[in-house]
Design a protein around this ligand. Structure first.
Ligand code: UYC
Length: 228
């Protein structure tokens, strides 16, 4: 397996994103020697902003049974690979942990809860947001939440993904719902069972934003100055 490792290390370090994506699970399947290569890779990228390739590597290590990998993450990435910056003292580590475990459904609920915390007392009780509250969110916090989703979803999920699709559709909501799998023909996708809680979902599928009270909350989110 020595040559096997060597033939995977190089593509991991300098291959295209596509190649990296394929090589990561192959290394994970090689056991300890493969995990060593993944740790070395992640360590070397410590000073750079996290990409979803880093997120993939982090997730493999996070979900492995290797105690060496666990110790490594604890030592160098105790709070994950996305800085959990908040202007309001909000702790995003629960969102980080759920996304690292690919529990997208729980992460989605936790994301809403954190946005309610960001708003303050009334919204925490209410468990949903007024669009006026979203406009006041600090850009820092929205970017933290968005980066967590992006990095732990192969770049598939997050507000900026939804925004990019929405803009590409000339801000047409109906077309957005169809595109991100929230509506099929005249039928809304039913919460929670009809949504897709893994990476086989369409781009932009998550996080959810309940449309029961209208489009203004997601409109505020997607037009927030954080994305300018
Ligand atoms: N639900 O249909 N949704 C709920 C979505 C709608 C409804 C929660 C998303 C349409 C009711 C989440 C879509 C609709 C409840 C979402 C969707 C509707 C509920 C749980 C596609 C009927 C429970 C968290 C746009 C035609 C009662 C939360 C209530 C819950 C998400 C019905 C995350 C993305 C218009 C009756 N739906 N929701 O926010 O008051 O409550 O929540 O969007």
């Amino acid at each position: 397996t020595h040559s096997n490792i060597d033939s995977l290390r190089q593509p991991l370090v300098s291959g295209s994103t596509n190649t990296q994506q394929q090589v990561i699970p192959q290394l994970a399947n090689l056991g300890d020697t493969g995990l060593d290569v993944l740790m070395e890779f992640l360590f070397g990228r410590k000073e750079n902003p996290a990409t979803w390739v880093d997120g993939k590597v982090y997730q493999v290590l996070y979900n492995s049974d290797s105690s060496k990998a666990k110790d490594f993450l604890q030592a160098y990435f105790p709070n994950g690979i996305v800085p959990l910056t908040s202007e309001c003292g909000i702790d995003y580590s629960s969102v980080q942990q759920l996304l690292a475990a690919s529990d997208f459904q729980a992460a989605d609920r936790m994301t809403l809860q954190k946005m309610c915390e960001l708003t303050g007392g009334a919204a925490v009780q209410r468990k949903w947001l007024y669009f006026t509250e979203v406009g006041n969110f600090p850009a820092t916090d929205l970017k933290t939440i968005n980066s967590l989703w992006l990095v732990h979803s192969e770049g598939k999920f997050g507000f900026t993904v939804q925004r990019e699709i929405w803009l590409s559709l000339g801000k047409n909501w109906e077309n957005l719902w169809e595109k991100i799998g929230w509506k099929k023909g005249n039928n809304w996708t039913r919460y929670p069972n009809e949504f897709t809680w893994d990476l086989s979902a369409p781009r932009g599928h998550l996080p959810l934003s309940n449309q029961l009270r209208g489009v203004r909350v997601i409109a505020s989110l997607l037009s927030h100055p954080a994305w300018n």
